[in-house]
Ligand binder design. Structure first.
Ligand SMILES: Cc1cc2nc3c(=O)[nH]c(=O)nc-3n(C[C@H](O)[C@H](O)[C@H](O)COP(=O)(O)OP(=O)(O)OC[C@H]3O[C@@H](n4cnc5c(N)ncnc54)[C@H](O)[C@@H]3O)c2cc1C
Length: 627
């Protein structure tokens, strides 16, 4: 914060300001490069894999810019041939490999190509060492739900070693009166207990800014907004519908209400349901209340808020049954890895085993195992060898450490997500290209901020807070699930990680344009600049209670996800103007020897959909393609 602005930062800002006139989006190489982009990655196994690192991003842009079309002659043929190659080693790719390993004939071989230095996709974690204590936080995918005990998903969890999904969390300790704490970043437990704050700064005419503690308990009295806005917003916060008839939530995918919701924007739905003005939606709800879909309600289908409910988790004590490991769903990815390749992680295949033991990277890509995982390998080119309906094999070219290789496969699962799949499947038919053209994804930056203690929040009477300008939108003190490595207790003097989810929304622009603008902003800002913004934000909000950024912040890791969220626009789920929903074209059947997975096919970002889409894709290959 105290350091002067470097030339690169300045260049970034200038180009950013003129970003809207850049044709075809930004060229990140011209803005922030290499270490200035990736920044500090923390410690431990994930330290070189915080979000989309510079290497991942440049390989990705080689795909987008067709840099290897046509493939050069000097490509190395590994001579390998697999029964199935899976592109993408996130939850969906790992799940596809598990289903393949379990259901295909014994002896069949599978290869996962994953572009990051570690498996997991958006389900990864960051680790910090703060004053001798190891802290873990999620990079993206955070929570899971407890499912009905005899459901497919419950059996799946059990099969990977998640046998006790109801986790045990840290207890309160020390002399300070206890604050009820959340166990996930999304619970905002303090809102119901009066231990939550809303901060209003320069945007609301306050410099320095002002806090409203216990906003719901105080009925937003004291918020610097008009009385009309206050009443509308309060209605939303209390979930009070204005409709005379009680709002009936969708019960089944495709019922009348879900189809109606998919025909309007989420913003329109909030206006109808809660009587909000457009301005209130855009000022106070956007982009956080976007149904977990990365942008604000103006850009999304009204159904996006409800799509997750169709997965039917067990209702919990307070309505939900959300659970979270300290590193989020990275633990689920680790459990899946150990189930696939038992000696990939030492110890027993249970929560403690995969959290406490290290990955044996040398065991991931060896010929002896039915499934191999090749990391830091970006697939660039996937095409049938011959006519798709008749070909016996598919050729896959990938880039690893600057070199091009090729392998063969009898079948493929594309589990990497729409933004690369649409470019790399070279013989993709027109119907599928048109379908993928209707998939939009927006960026997100997850900033994990390790603080030496959270007494500054405690002094203000808060366990979580929300703000409406600057960087990020909210944060939450979480008590951690106990996996064998954490302190069993928490108090205001405990070091913790506060996670800021930075979303990029530009209400009023099209869904596609919002994603492009967001990427320009996120990719065009250096680590240093973001670090300074975060330190300034914390200082502005907490300096009055003695917060000192240079003393209290122990480290910041940025996880930049260029294509973090699928943003379903109206019509995404059930189609529009008599045209089918784009996802159905991709899910209906394999294209030749290629089937499609990844959570984005569901239109909802959730690891359970990653698993379900993988299961469907592998079944299609086994039922219709592999003889
Ligand atoms: C910020 C954030 C928070 C989230 N929170 C939750 C949550 O709390 N709970 C939840 O259930 N879900 C959450 N999600 C949704 C998350 O997307 C899913 O949980 C799940 O992790 C997605 O897995 P996936 O395998 O479908 O996709 P991904 O995780 O995106 O995995 C795809 C992998 O393939 C790689 N890849 C792509 N193209 C190529 C290529 N050409 N060659 C090689 N590799 C390639 C990608 O880089 C990536 O590593 C969140 C998402 C984000 C962004």
């Amino acid at each position: 914060m105290e350091t002067s602005i470097t030339r690169r930062d300045f260049l970034g800002s200038v180009l950013l300001a003129s970003g809207s006139v850049l044709l075809g989006g930004v060229t990140p190489a011209q803005l922030v490069a290499g270490p200035d982009f990736t920044g500090f990655g923390g410690v431990g196994e994930y330290r070189t894999s915080n979000g989309n690192t510079w290497d991942v991003l440049t390989a990705g842009h080689a795909i987008r810019d067709s840099r290897y079309d046509p493939l050069p002659k000097n490509i190395v043929d590994t001579g390998e041939s697999y029964d199935c190659v899976i592109i993408g080693g996130g939850i969906s790719g790992l799940a596809a490999a598990l289903f393949f390993q379990r259901d295909a004939s014994s002896g069949m071989k599978c290869l996962i190509l994953e572009n990051h230095p570690i498996f997991g996709g958006e389900a990864k974690q960051n680790e910090f060492l703060v004053d001798g204590k190891r802290l873990t936080a999620h990079q993206g995918s955070a929570i899971y739900q407890i499912q009905y005990p005899n459901s497919f998903l419950a059996h799946f969890y059990e099969s990977i070693g998640l046998k006790t999904p109801n986790l045990t969390y840290q207890r309160w300790s020390g002399p300070d009166p206890e604050f009820p704490l959340s166990t996930t970043p999304y619970q905002a437990t303090g809102l119901q207990h009066g231990q939550y704050g809303f901060w209003f700064g320069a945007k609301f005419g306050h410099k320095p800014g002002v806090w409203l503690i216990d906003p719901v308990g105080k009925n937003l009295q004291g918020a610097p907004v008009s009385n009309t806005t206050r009443l509308e917003w309060l209605r939303f916060l209390k979930g009070e519908s204005i409709e005379r008839k009680k709002f009936e939530r969708p019960q089944v995918e495709g019922d009348t209400i879900s189809r109606y919701l998919d025909s309007i924007t989420l913003e329109q739905h909030y206006i109808e349901r809660f009587g909000l003005s457009r301005e209130t939606v855009r000022t106070f709800l956007s982009p956080v209340e976007g149904g977990g879909s990365g942008l604000g309600p103006d850009a999304l289908s009204g159904y996006s808020d409800y799509a997750f409910e169709m997965l039917h988790p067990l209702p919990g004590d307070n309505g939900g049954s959300d659970q979270m490991f300290p590193g989020g769903n990275a633990t689920i990815a680790r459990l899946m890895l150990k189930s696939l390749i038992p000696n990939a992680i030492g110890g027993v295949n249970d929560i403690e085993g995969v959290c406490r033991n290290e990955v044996n990277f040398g065991s991931l890509d060896v010929p002896e195992t039915p499934t191999r995982i090749r990391l830091s390998s970006t697939a660039l080119h996937v095409a049938h060898e011959g006519q798709p309906s008749k070909a016996d094999s598919v050729m896959i070219a990938y880039l690893k450490e600057g070199k091009l290789y090729k392998v063969k496969a009898r079948s493929i699962v594309m589990a990497g997500g729409c933004w690369t799949t649409k470019h790399i499947v070279k013989d993709l038919p027109e119907t599928h290209r048109n379908a993928y053209a209707q998939f939009y994804r927006s960026p997100c930056m997850m900033a994990n901020v390790a603080v030496r203690n959270w007494r500054f929040l405690y002094k203000m009477g808060m366990s979580g807070c929300r703000w409406f300008e600057g960087i990020g939108n909210y944060m939450e003190v979480r008590k951690l699930a106990l996996t064998g490595a954490e302190d069993p207790t928490i108090c205001p003097d405990s070091p913790i990680v506060l996670t800021l989810k930075v979303l990029y929304s530009y209400p009023g622009h099209s869904t596609e344009e919002q994603g492009n603008q967001g990427r320009r902003e996120m990719l065009g800002t250096s680590f240093k600049d973001y670090e300074r913004q975060i330190r300034e934000q914390f200082s502005e909000m907490f300096a009055t209670v003695g917060f000192d950024a240079s003393r209290d912040i122990a480290g910041i890791v940025l996880n930049r996800w260029g294509h973090a969220y699928l943003n379903p626009q109206p019509g995404f789920f059930f189609g529009r103007d008599a045209r089918p929903a784009p996802r159905e074209t991709l899910r209906r059947a394999p294209f030749g020897r290629i089937a499609f997975a990844n959570t984005d096919l569901a239109g909802a970002m959730d690891h359970r959909y990653s698993i379900l889409e993988a299961q469907r894709a592998v079944r299609q290959l086994l039922d219709q393609v592999l003889t």
